[in-house]
Design a protein around this ligand. Structure first.
Ligand code: ZN
Length: 142
């Protein structure tokens, strides 16, 4: 009887401290409504943040403005980058993905959630696939 080897592909997404602060300030300014945007870059390193209007104007859901989204996608393509992530806020928590987030996840990217818990913004990343999710580690660089 041999030993099986279990490989766990731990995905990660890297962003700078400034980018994290910028996103946090943006979602904080829009609270109590949810705010959203896109993260683009190369090789899991975020290089550009797009702030996208939340068409839903809701405290519990987001619908990305299709025109903002289209402009972002065009920029990403013409700058030879990849869409790495989609972020949105949960101004009243929770820190994890909601059933709606799982149901509406349409891209193979990291879903970054900024949640306000006990008056403090916390950021976590998730990979959502086939109705399931797992954590993606966020590397915040100085
Ligand atoms: Zn959500």
């Amino acid at each position: 009887m041999g030993f099986g080897t279990l490989f766990i592909a731990m995905q990660s997404l890297s962003l700078s401290k400034e980018q994290l602060q910028e996103m946090t300030a943006y979602v904080h300014a829009h609270a109590p409504l949810e705010a959203c945007g896109l993260l683009a870059g190369k090789n899991s390193q975020v290089e550009k943040i797009f702030f996208v209007q939340n068409q839903a104007q809701s405290p519990v859901r987001y619908v990305m403005d299709p025109i903002d989204q289209l402009h972002a996608f065009e920029w990403i393509e013409s700058n030879d980058m990849d869409l790495l992530g989609i972020f949105h806020s949960h101004p009243a928590g929770p820190e994890t993905v909601s059933p709606t987030d799982i149901a509406e996840a349409a891209y193979a990217v990291t879903y970054v959630i900024l949640a306000c818990v006990d008056s403090e913004w916390r950021t976590r990343g998730f990979w959502i696939e086939n109705g399931e999710f797992r954590e993606v580690s966020l590397q915040v660089n100085e």
